[in-house]
Design a protein. Structure first.
Length: 418
């Protein structure tokens, strides 16, 4: 492990003080005033945090990190885009012992893109820890992953089916794996993924720590926690469900006029990057072609694409190669691209959970953003119901949307939401 001095840590910390937080909201600023040093983290991890632009823990990180460091189960609920990923990554990275060449922590997420994102953040933060972090997802070379697991891997990140397959086949020893994190738990614990998740947990030692995070907690999460997480420390920072920095609008538009309306929005809004959601894979591809025909840069992503194509689109959009991305609900879970300041529901969702996760792609980690919903006559009852269930207000779109509600006027990008 590299030797990190206090001077290096201080220099990295000082470099963060010039960051502009004018556009951050109470979701990340309503802190108790703790610092990362208060948790007695390894110096190598502290340096990684500061080098990646993080000055202070967010409210959810303040609430969870010290509890997680005591090896207690955690059942945590917080808004999308407020730092949930760092709440489990930071204690895991700190507690893993590099001298033990076995998998000591497993992180399970519901989508391949989210697994890649969490893995990238974990590797960035652990640069000076010299840990071996592996991401394994469906659609990638299985034999290569087996060979890597036969070597030295400390943290394994992946989707439920792939991780379950590894444990079922005994590909890696689980006797040293005492930590498991479940991100986007409401999705992981539905009927599609629950059997795989339960099988993985059963393969771990009896004295294991479960860190469970989500923005929404349906009854199935409570049932799971009662069975597998006795005495779990419960944390909720959900006095309200939607992020403070997101302004929500609706526009009643006939189906035949939706594309024209979208074209008008593109022309009038100060878009940094925009995500446009459709309710089916076919409509995703069709709309992307129509947007391209209008002369705008656009990519699309959905679940029927090959993994290589999904990876290419994900990375191209993340690095800002294109301004617009049309997507299915594949892309609603935990994906953090802070340049996104506009979300458009080209097709209005049918559930409040889906709506919440979609609009949460903008306004992340205290940034500002807008969500615009194109509503047909058949959607109006869903609109009223979602407003009521989320206790939020979706206003009729004005003729002109003030840029200060969502545009950052060229501010320096803030650190990624970890």
């Amino acid at each position: 492990m590299s030797s990190v001095s206090d001077r290096e840590i201080n220099m990295a910390r000082e470099a963060n003080k010039n960051r502009d937080s004018r556009f951050q909201t109470d979701d990340v600023l309503r802190r108790k005033g703790n610092s990362f040093e208060d948790y007695y983290l390894k110096k190598e991890l502290l340096l990684g945090l500061y080098e990646n632009g993080f000055m202070y823990p967010s409210p959810i990180q303040e609430a969870t990190i010290p509890i997680a460091m005591t090896s207690k189960h955690i059942l945590a609920r917080a808004k999308n885009g407020t730092g949930k990923t760092g709440s489990y990554l930071i204690p895991i990275l700190d507690m893993v012992d590099r001298s033990i060449n076995k998998v000591q922590a497993v992180i399970i997420v519901p989508t391949r893109e989210l697994a890649l994102q969490v893995s990238a953040v974990a590797k960035a933060l652990s640069t000076h820890l010299d840990l071996n972090i592996m991401c394994s997802i469906g659609g990638t070379n299985y034999k290569d992953d087996i060979l890597r697991l036969k070597g030295s891997v400390h943290i394994l990140i992946g989707t439920p089916g792939r991780i379950h397959d590894f444990t079922e086949r005994g590909i890696f020893a689980t006797d040293a794996c005492h930590m498991i994190a479940l991100d986007e738990a409401d999705k992981l614990l539905d009927d599609n993924f629950l059997p795989d998740v339960e099988a993985v947990i059963s393969a771990l030692p009896a004295q294991r720590q479960i860190l469970l995070f989500s923005a929404t907690f349906p009854k199935l999460v409570q049932k799971f926690s009662q069975q597998y997480m006795p005495g779990a420390h419960e944390i909720s920072l959900m006095n309200e469900l939607t992020l403070k920095g997101i302004t929500q609008y609706y526009a009643f538009v006939d189906e035949r006029q939706k594309l024209q309306c979208l074209n008008t929005l593109f022309a009038q809004l100060a878009i940094n990057q925009c995500m446009i959601f459709c309710n089916s894979n076919n409509r995703v591809a069709l709309l992307a072609r129509k947007i391209t025909d209008l002369g705008y840069s656009c990519l699309y992503i959905h679940s029927r694409m090959s993994q290589d194509d999904r990876n290419r689109v994900f990375h191209d959009f993340r690095r800002g190669a294109v301004r617009n991305l049309v997507c299915s609900d594949l892309f609603t879970r935990g994906i953090d691209i802070q340049a996104v300041n506009v979300v458009v529901n080209f097709d209005f969702p049918t559930t409040s959970e889906t709506y919440l996760h979609r609009i949460g792609r903008s306004g992340r980690f205290g940034h500002l953003g807008i969500a615009i919903n194109l509503i047909g006559m058949d959607d109006r009852f869903n609109l009223y119901r979602i407003e009521r269930e989320l206790n939020t207000t979706i206003e009729q779109i004005p003729r002109s949307i003030p840029a200060e509600l969502y545009a950052s006027s060229g501010e320096e990008p803030l650190p990624a939401d970890i």
